[in-house]
Design a binder for this molecule. Structure first.
Ligand code: ASP
Length: 608
């Protein structure tokens, strides 16, 4: 039974999204923010807002306090629910059939004019949004994003639990775990001169949990990577991280297919088609020019080298002589002007490094376009057959080094996806990309790097012996790609210490460094480690893409700027010399000057 309410109790009985015609006649109390106000000659209409919605409140002439209300004031209103006249029903709003006629009003908190107009449809500048994030977050669109994110996490957590995975938290203050970025370091006060690293991922810990016999682990894990930011990166971000024992690739894929199918069903009401297709890395590059292909549409790349050799087109022949490729794609029967092709599409191809884009409007009679004079006679028909082109189809070609030709046509393909409306944004197409190389050689650094990370198992270890070419080794890593975005990656891991030692050796990590950095892992592997593998899904990106957003910032409550700063709490910030001394740090040069300036600015802000 509900407790009796004392007179003047301002605490809500309902939310601002809850009242319907069924509540008509009830006395209710609502709490919320003043969204919009209208003065109709002594009668005030207030749209009251909370996370659940908006309710129209009517304040009669007796409410002189209503005159003092400003946008974003926090109030409590008690009143009676009344039905609106048919002509006043707001069909856009779930509470639009009723309004609350106020009997008492409590102003709980006054608001200054806020730098963000929550009720306005146009967005303020990004910096303002980040500085006043708590105001930006009042906007229903952002609240919806956070709720969407929470639903995804909740559904994934439930799905992993159904699969007998155990959620385990791993440390944030730890030792460096390489994932290819710089570490964020935290100085130790009690161990002068020593530093913790924030985890780039829980990789080593989750492997140790497998050595420990936990069998199936997952975690909603915060990861930290100090790298130059791109639009879809944040220095701290969240992964749905997992690991499992006694498995091969297909077992990891099957778990994720079940987890994602359940998540999409429960959180979004979307049925995914499983199993997801598998695509070898080499095939992805050959067919799409990208290792994260959008497989929702065709326009696949075609090798036209054999055809090019029969022509006299010097550009094509020259590229082939230099060991390059001549690749093409058939864009279909599209109505592009010459200018759109020669300027527009050319500029798109240039994004991938191409110096030019040859084009051909296919026709057995020779067609038109920059390639037409080389496609005379039977060559025209041959090229049409090669590209499955019908008369009038626009075919585009790049002749260059393999990586440039692929990258450039990938750019063109993705450009055409948007331009020609080739995909349904609500269609989620997943693909596992497999069989990556284990190592890649960096010509500048003159050394091998792990394509995934150093704990990834090779496909055929017999090829990894002394004297073998590391470039030949295939990896047991895999990526999950959705609609052209990499959502996450993982691998079957090395579970034998001698193999792990050899991989470190190939990577140029000497015995001493190995012991210092990874001695504990190598030792753990020597006490009976099960074969194991896992995967980590980028949660921010998954949440953003499924909310129809292209920036992860909008699904993160308190994100950082492109230069890794928090504009709201002004982090990072200089610290007082005494705090630095405590952690045994002395600043040098530029940092010292900046810190002094920071300290002076902070001193100015200190209340006198
Ligand atoms: N640590 C991950 C894994 O292989 C990969 C990543 O963090 O990107 O499971």
């Amino acid at each position: 039974m509900a407790a009796a309410r004392r007179a003047g109790d301002w605490r809500r009985t309902h939310t601002c999204g809850e009242l319907r015609p069924a509540h008509v006649g009830q006395t209710v109390t609502l709490n919320g923010w003043v969204h919009k106000r209208r003065d109709h000659g002594g009668i005030y209409f207030v749209d009251l807002r909370d996370r659940y919605g908006l309710t129209q409140v009517v304040l009669g002439a007796q409410f002189s306090e209503a005159l003092k209300l400003s946008g974003e004031d926090v109030i409590g209103v008690t009143g009676t629910v009344v039905v609106r006249d048919a002509s006043n029903v707001n069909k856009e709003r779930e509470t639009g059939a009723i309004e609350v006629v106020a009997e008492s009003l409590a102003i709980l908190s006054k608001a200054k004019t806020p730098p963000i107009d929550v009720a306005a449809s146009e967005l303020p500048a990004v910096d303002t949004r980040l500085k006043y994030r708590y105001l930006d977050l009042r906007r229903p669109a952002l609240q919806k994003n956070l709720i969407h994110r929470a639903r995804l996490i909740s559904a994934m957590r439930a799905a992993f639990e159904r699969e007998s995975f155990v959620e385990v938290e791993t440390p944030v203050l730890t030792k460096a775990t390489p994932e290819g970025a710089r570490d964020y370091l935290v100085p130790s006060r009690v161990h002068p001169g020593s530093f913790f690293a924030l985890p780039q991922s829980p990789q080593i810990f989750k492997q140790l949990l497998m050595v420990a016999g936990m069998d199936k682990y997952f975690q909603v894990a915060r990861c930290f990577r100090d790298e130059d930011l791109r639009a879809d990166r944040q220095p701290d971000f969240t992964q749905l991280d997992m690991e499992m024992s006694f498995v091969e690739e297909e077992d990891v894929f099957a778990v994720w297919e079940r987890v994602l199918a359940a998540t999409f069903r429960e959180a979004m009401g979307i049925e995914l088609v499983t199993p997801f297709p598998r695509l070898r890395h080499a095939e992805a590059l050959e067919r799409y020019g990208s290792d994260k292909p959008d497989v929702r549409f065709g326009l696949e790349l075609v090798d036209v080298a054999a055809w090019a050799k029969k022509t006299e087109f010097k550009v094509f022949l020259g590229a082939l002589e230099r060991g390059g490729r001549v690749l093409g794609l058939n864009a279909g029967n599209v109505a592009f002007s010459r200018k759109e092709i020669e300027e527009g599409l050319n500029a798109v191809a240039a994004l991938g490094g191409a110096k030019g884009l040859a084009w051909w409007k296919a026709d057995a009679g020779g067609g038109t376009g920059s390639l037409a004079r080389f496609a005379a006679g039977p060559l025209a028909g041959e090229l049409m057959q090669l590209l499955s082109a019908k008369s009038g189809d626009l075919c585009l070609f790049v002749a260059d080094a393999q990586s440039v030709a692929r990258k450039s046509l990938n750019e063109v393909r993705l450009h055409l996806r948007a331009k020609l409306n080739l995909v349904d944004p609500k269609h989620y197409a997943f693909t596992w990309v497999t069989h990556f190389p284990l190592f890649t050689y960096d010509e500048d650094a003159k050394r091998w790097f792990s394509e995934h990370h150093p704990f990834t198992a090779p496909e055929d270890w017999a090829l990894g012996g002394p004297g073998a070419d590391p470039g030949q080794l295939m990896s047991r890593s895999y990526d999950l790609v959705m609609n052209g975005w990499e959502l996450g990656s993982g691998s079957i891991r090395i579970h034998r210490s001698e193999v792990q030692e050899r991989v470190f050796e190939i990577l140029g990590i000497g015995p001493e460094e190995r012991q210092e950095k990874f001695g504990f892992l190598l030792e753990a592997l020597s006490y009976g480690a099960p074969p194991h593998g896992g995967f980590a899904l980028g949660l921010d990106r998954t949440a953003a893409l499924t909310a129809g957003l292209d920036n992860i910032r909008d699904v993160i409550a308190f994100p950082k700027t492109a230069s890794a700063a928090d504009l709201m709490c002004q982090a990072p910030s200089p610290v007082r010399p005494e705090n630095l001394a405590e952690v045994h740090i002395q600043l040098a040069g530029q940092a010292l000057t900046r810190a002094a300036k920071g300290a002076a600015a902070a001193a100015d802000l200190t209340p006198k």
